[in-house]
Every structure is written in C-alpha cells, then in structure tokens.
Design a protein around this ligand. Structure first.
Ligand code: DC
Length: 227
C-alpha cells in the first residue's frame, strides 16, 4: 500500500509523515531529501545549477539510499549537510529541471516496489504514484504556516520577521504551484487535511484514521472480489 502526503512548505508534513509511517508500520520515503542530495552533489562538483544536462547526469548517476533515519549519497552519510540553508536556497533550479524530476520519480517508484510506504513530497499523489491507495494533501493557511516558522526560528535563537517570512513563503508557494513539471497540486482523489489550530498529535491521529479507513475499504473490496 502506498500512502502519499503532499502539501506546501511549512505544513508540517515531514515530521507527521515520519510519525505516521512508524505508527502504522510502513517504510518512510522523504522525497525532498532526494532533491537535496542532487543539489548537494552538484554544489560539490561546483556545477552551475542551471546547466540542465550536466545536472540531469548527476541526478541519474548519484546513488541515493535511505538507511533508517540516515540519508546516504554515494555511500556517505549526508543527513545533516543536505538540511543546510545553502542547499535549501539553491534547490529551485534542480527541482524545476524536468530531467531531474523524471530520474527522481523513477527512483521513487523503484524504491517503493514490494513495500508498504508513506511517501512525502509535492508530486507524490499526482505524478509519482497516481494509483496510490491513499492520498493526503496536508496544508494550513499561509498565515498559520508563517507563524509556525517564526516560532521554530525563535526557538533556534534566530531573528524572525513574520511579514518577511510570509512574503518569502507566498513566493515559494506560487513557484511550487506553477512549476512546469511536478507542480504542487491537489490530486483529484486526495483527502485534504487542514492543520490550522491542530497539534501534531491531533494531525497524526486524523492521518492514522484516514489510512485505517482506506485499509478497511481495501479489505472489503478484496473480500467482495474473491467471492
Ligand atoms: O520537503 P523539502 O523541504 O525537503 O523539499 C526540498 C525541496 O525539494 C523543496 O524546494 C521542494 C522540492 N521538492 C519537490 O519539488 N518535489 C518533491 N517531491 C519533494 C520536494
């Protein structure tokens, strides 16, 4: 069974998707980490990120593996490095490159073969797994997402201006939504979950219930089909 979780930046997808996978005993696939690895590999090679063909070659040749909570790139643990702000700031031309997206989607499909997986990203229910059994679109209003981000930065002891963060986030939302390939959109058969005002535990609980309902529907269908 494949459970896809898509949604805009700041909706709290990563931590809740990871917790969901653990709770229901599924594997977890962090597809953002894959784009981060390609970006890191290109930056290391000092490759201009807008050299689309060379960047696409890196995407098809780099070995990306997940081992427990670790992300390995060509066998090296890069779990920390790929989360650095320099990677986050540089990632856009990589995520916009259709050849890179094609390579990542192929890798995502190979990785999930024969496994029960919760996969998290922007295009999982629409492009990578259009036939996934359970699709969730996790979102929150821009204001709520910006407020959460401000809270996280303050907790890290950093300065944070709400208005500035909201504007940057609106720009990112607009870019993610209008990307020519792999654009962020709600799959027609996805269940949208608004997380405004909900704690992470409450969000997790509602996701567990959605998956369990889908599993029950699937087992009812199987029972009817085999009679
Ligand atoms: O979820 P994240 O912040 O780790 O994602 C990193 C970047 O990769 C972000 O700019 C969105 C992009 N991304 C994407 O385009 N498609 C995905 N399936 C996952 C992430």
């Amino acid at each position: 069974m494949i459970v896809t979780i898509d949604g805009p930046a700041g909706a709290g997808k990563s931590s809740v998707a990871k917790r969901l996978a653990k709770e229901i005993g599924f594997h977890f696939l962090d597809t953002g980490a894959m784009y981060r690895c390609v970006t890191f590999a290109c930056l290391r090679k000092q490759l201009p990120l807008t050299q689309f063909e060379e960047v696409a070659n890196v995407a098809t040749s780099v070995q990306i593996e997940f081992r427990g909570t670790l992300v390995l790139m060509d066998g090296e643990d890069v779990s920390q490095e790929i989360r650095r702000p320099t990677i986050t700031k540089s990632i856009r031309p990589i995520a916009d490159n259709p050849s890179v997206r094609e390579a990542m989607v192929a890798l995502q499909r190979r990785w999930t073969q024969g496994r029960d997986v919760v996969t998290e990203g922007r295009d999982q229910g629409t492009v990578a797994f259009p036939n996934a059994e359970c699709k969730i679109f996790l979102t929150a209003t821009p204001e709520e997402r910006a407020r959460r981000r401000v809270g996280q930065l303050i907790e890290l002891g950093m300065d944070a201006d709400y208005q500035e963060i909201l504007e940057q986030q609106n720009q990112r939302d607009s870019h993610d939504t209008n990307r020519p390939s792999g654009a962020l959109k709600v799959a027609t058969d996805a269940i949208t979950v608004w997380t405004d005002g909900l704690s992470e535990d409450q969000v997790l609980q509602s996701l567990v219930e959605i998956v369990q309902r889908k599993q029950e529907e699937m087992s009812t269908r199987t029972t009817v089909d085999t009679r």
